[in-house]
Unconditional design. Structure first.
Length: 260
């Protein structure tokens, strides 16, 4: 489960803004039990609760009564936790070292007072690799195995909503709209593979890579959007993959935005 705290501040007469997002998550651990004939035992993998700090600068290029256009750049800093795997006395660590750059272009269309459409195209470009190293607690020895470069990604998103209710003078609920969103993510290149050997490890040969060299993920989101009289927006929805993909089955999302 992920939890994201964010703050956005406009400047330059409201034409530009800067947003800061800090994600957190529950501790994720999983283990692989080997058969009794395998003397190596189990492989346990764990990660931390702190994510990467994101800073996003945005600019409104053009706006009129029927729509608006913007662009921007996001910078994701490697403040998040490393991933660590344990087997017997060996520890394998994939360090979180990569800075990500995410340029985007977005547009909003309002053909009438009821319909609204949002769309964006965004790239996610890692600028460096993540160091992979091992450590043996018994021999007190370790070494670097190499650099693991992450995928460069392309995101394309289109969403549409329809206002079923709008009343700016209402004391509580001033707007309600169902929404439907289609999201596509694809890899722009294969991820790296780090091959190495760990002396005394059984087997000595170790390979570290993303479980999928390339992937194409298509999801649909169904959501309900509420606007309250106290300058608060609440959006609740579910995400479902349209293709037979094992990245995830379903996802539930809740977003609360408060204007000051």
């Amino acid at each position: 489960d992920s939890y994201i705290l964010g703050w956005e501040q406009t400047f330059y007469d409201g034409l530009c803004s800067i947003e800061v997002r800090m994600p957190f998550s529950g501790i994720h651990t999983f283990g692989f039990a080997h058969p009794p004939s395998d003397p190596a035992g189990t492989l346990d993998v764990s990660g931390g609760q702190v994510g990467n700090l994101a800073i996003i600068v945005k600019e409104l290029i053009y706006a009129d009564a029927c729509g608006a256009y913007s662009w921007g750049l996001g910078v994701e800093l490697p403040t998040g936790s490393d991933a660590t795997a344990y087997r017997d006395s060996y520890r394998l660590t994939i360090e979180n070292d990569t800075v990500h750059l995410s340029p985007y272009f977005a547009a909003m269309f309002t053909p009438n007072n009821c319909w609204f459409v949002n769309t964006f195209v965004q790239a996610d470009i890692p600028t460096s690799g993540n160091n992979v190293q091992y450590w043996d607690w018994e021999s007190r020895d370790g070494d670097d195995l190499g650099k693991l470069d992450e995928h460069a990604l392309l995101h394309v998103d289109v969403s549409a909503g329809y206002w079923l209710y709008q009343n700016p003078c209402a004391p509580l609920l001033v707007g309600f709209a169902p929404m439907l969103e289609l999201h596509y993510t694809t890899t722009l290149q294969d991820t790296d593979v780090v091959n190495g050997t760990i002396p005394g490890y059984s087997p000595e040969y170790v390979r570290v890579r993303h479980r999928a060299g390339r992937f194409d993920l298509i999801t649909v989101t169904a959501a309900l959007h509420f606007e309250a009289a106290c300058d608060t927006k609440i959006r609740v929805g579910g995400v479902f993959p349209l293709r037979d993909d094992d990245l995830f089955d379903t996802e539930f999302g809740l977003q609360i935005t408060r204007y000051f």
